[in-house]
Design a protein around this ligand. Structure first.
Ligand code: SF4
Length: 266
């Protein structure tokens, strides 16, 4: 069966938000759409569409504000652990206005599971990627929570920040404040640049084994696209199909842009 590696995947958990970052938010008006468990199941059920997921290097939970729909993130993490789905790292990007203990517990569980999984591979001599060994030696934070802390977002309440610090276990907590000069240049703004239709950057490892470098994005409506920045309108205009129908493997070629050198990481 065909094999697919994905460098990065983002789940737009919800299009709802509890902030209005005026002049900054590239999404536009919030929308009342949430991802469903069926969409998550369909994303990972690739065999029915003729390929297996060999690995996902980075899975991002984004939005909207992902903490408004924690059950989808918890469901996804539990599914990865229970079904041993090869996801290496997970990251949630949040505005930090909410703390949900069950959600943080799920991030802790993923980190523990992933540390055990890689250690077990090392100890038992199973096939292991160089990137996994480096990650294991350098950094045991397989789960990250990133707070948006630029001047457009509301400050993160101190008590919320403390709760994250108290309850996370080896989950990396990071602040990210996009610099003003990048806001327009890379389009992270309602007045940012116009996005060009994004296409798929991929490499063929063998005829039946692809690695896709471009971010694969699933919207809160269950649509798939390559890329993921820009407004909801832009995203909706550039989808390649519904998650339960589209073959990401086959779409790599039909949305081909250019081939990069394999071995970007091993
Ligand atoms: S930038 Fe993020 S937090 Fe701010 S309104 Fe947009 S989705 Fe919400």
């Amino acid at each position: 069966m065909n094999k697919l590696e994905l460098h990065s995947v983002a789940f737009e958990v919800t299009r709802r938000c509890n902030l209005k970052c005026v002049g900054f938010c590239m999404r536009g008006e919030a929308q009342n759409f949430d991802m469903t468990k069926e969409m998550v199941d369909a994303f990972f059920d690739t065999e029915s569409r003729g390929y297996i997921l060999d690995s996902i290097h980075n899975l991002y939970f984004t939005g909207g504000e992902p903490t408004l729909k924690p059950e989808i993130i918890i469901y996804t993490i539990n599914k990865i652990i229970e079904e041993n789905i090869p996801v290496c790292n997970i990251t949630m990007v949040t505005n930090g206005q909410l703390f949900v203990l069950e959600l943080v517990d799920a991030f802790n569980r993923f980190n523990k599971y992933r540390s055990w999984y890689v250690k077990n591979k090392l100890q038992t001599g199973k096939e292991i990627r160089l990137s996994e060994i480096i990650e294991y030696i350098m950094n045991k934070n397989y789960a990250k929570i990133v707070f948006s802390t630029d001047r457009f977002h509301a400050p993160i309440p101190e008590n919320i920040r403390n709760l994250y610090s108290i309850y996370t276990k080896e989950v990396k907590l990071m602040d990210y404040a996009v610099k003003d000069e990048y806001i327009v240049r890379i389009g992270l703004s309602s007045i940012g640049k116009d996005f060009k239709k994004e296409e798929c950057e991929y490499d063929k490892v063998t005829e039946d084994h692809l690695i896709i470098w471009k971010n694969v994005y699933m919207t809160a409506k269950g649509d798939i696209m390559f890329g993921g920045d820009g407004s909801y309108q832009y995203i909706d205009d550039n989808i390649i199909g519904q998650v339960n129908q589209v073959s990401v493997f086959a779409s790599a070629e039909t949305h081909n842009q250019k081939k990069l050198n394999y071995n970007k990481f091993s």
